[in-house]
Design a protein around this ligand. Structure first.
Ligand SMILES: Nc1ncnc2c1ncn2[C@@H]1O[C@H](COP(=O)(O)OP(=O)(O)OP(=O)(O)O)[C@@H](O)[C@H]1O
Ligand SMILES: [Mg+2]
Length: 253
C-alpha cells in the first residue's frame, strides 16, 4: 500500500475547477515532484491534503486512513506537515522560538508541554530544536528574529518548523522560490538530507533543475488536471509537458 493514495480528487472555487479528477499515489520514502504552470492547482492540492479545504470530490488516504475533509490539526497529528509558498513565520520571534512553538502540532503534544519549563523532557526537546537549526544551517542565527532573516534562511526556517513535528509525509511548497542559482543548489542539498532517513516528500517547484535533481517521480498539473506522471527524464521531455511550458511565462513565486 502506498503511503498516500489520492483518487478522483476535485476542488472547485465557484466556476474555477482548481483540481479535476486527480489520481496519484506516493510510496513511502519517495521524493515526489509536483509541477505545472502558475494557477495549475499545485498549492490547492497541498491545501486539500492538509485539510485547509475539503475536496469537492474524491478520496484521500494516508497510510490507509481516509483524510479527505478531516480537520488540519488532526491531519497534522497523523504525521503530515507542510511549508507555505508565502511563508508563515512569526516575524518578531527568534529562529529558535519559531521552531520551538511549532512543536505543539507534533503528535501527542499540546501547548501545555510547550509551556512547561524545566525537566529532562524539556531539555531533550530543546536539544532537538537546536539539532534542527544545525541541520537547516541556521545555528548561527538561532537568536535572530525570523523577520530579519534573508529569504533563503526564512525558507529554511519553515522547513525546520515542519520537521520538528516529525512528519512521515512532508509537503514543500516552492522551497527555492525567489532564490539565486547558488541558493537553489544549497536548498537541493538540504532537501536531500531531509529525505535521507527514508522520509516521504512532495515538492512543488518551478525550478526544473532542482526538481530533476531531487525527485524520484513527477506529476504535472495543467488547469487542475494531471497531464503527465513518471520519472523526471521522461516527464520533462514529454511533448505535452513541453507544450504547457513553452510560450507560457512562469514566475518563481
Ligand atoms: N481560496 C481560493 N478561492 C478562489 N480561488 C482559488 C482559491 N485558491 C486557489 N484558487 C484558484 O485555483 C486555481 C489554482 O490555484 P493554485 O494556487 O493552486 O495554483 P498553483 O499551481 O499553486 O500556482 P502558483 O505556481 O502560481 O503558485 C487558480 O485559478 C486560483 O485562482
Ligand atoms: Mg502555488
Amino acid at each position: 500500500m502506498a503511503l498516500l493514495e489520492i483518487s478522483g480528487i476535485g476542488r472547485r472555487f465557484g466556476a474555477v475547477e482548481a483540481l479535476n479528477a486527480i489520481d496519484l499515489s506516493v510510496e513511502e520514502g519517495e521524493v515526489f515532484g509536483l509541477i505545472g504552470p502558475n494557477g495549475s492547482g499545485k498549492t490547492t492540492l497541498f491545501n486539500v491534503l492538509t485539510g485547509v479545504y475539503p475536496p469537492s470530490a474524491g478520496e484521500i488516504r494516508l497510510d490507509g486512513a481516509p483524510i479527505g475533509g478531516v480537520r488540519p490539526e488532526r491531519i497534522a497529528g497523523m504525521g503530515l506537515a507542510r511549508t507555505f509558498q508565502n511563508l508563515r513565520l512569526v516575524p518578531h520571534m527568534s529562529a529558535f522560538d519559531n521552531v520551538w512553538l511549532a512543536q505543539h502540532r507534533r503528535p501527542g503534544m499540546g501547548m501545555r508541554d510547550i509551556l512547561a519549563v524545566g525537566g529532562r523532557k524539556e531539555r531533550a526537546r530543546r536539544d532537538e530544536v537546536e539539532a534542527l537549526l544545525e541541520q537547516t544551517g541556521l545555528a548561527a542565527r538561532r537568536d535572530t528574529f525570523a523577520g530579519d532573516l534573508p529569504l533563503p534562511d526564512q525558507r529554511r526556517l519553515e522547513i525546520a518548523r515542519a520537521l520538528v513535528r516529525q512528519p512521515r509525509l512532508l509537503l514543500l511548497d516552492e522551497p527555492a522560490g525567489g532564490m539565486t542559482p547558488l541558493e537553489t543548489r544549497e536548498m537541493a542539498d538540504l532537501i536531500r538530507t531531509v529525505a535521507a532517513p527514508g522520509r516521504t516528500l512532495i515538492v512543488i517547484e518551478h525550478k526544473m533543475d532542482l526538481i530533476a535533481e531531487i525527485c524520484d517521480r513527477l506529476c504535472v498539473l495543467d488547469f487542475g488536471r494531471k497531464i503527465a506522471e513518471g520519472p523526471p527524464g521522461r516527464v520533462l521531455s514529454d511533448p505535452k509537458v513541453l507544450d504547457v511550458y513553452l510560450g507560457r511565462e512562469d514566475g518563481d513565486d
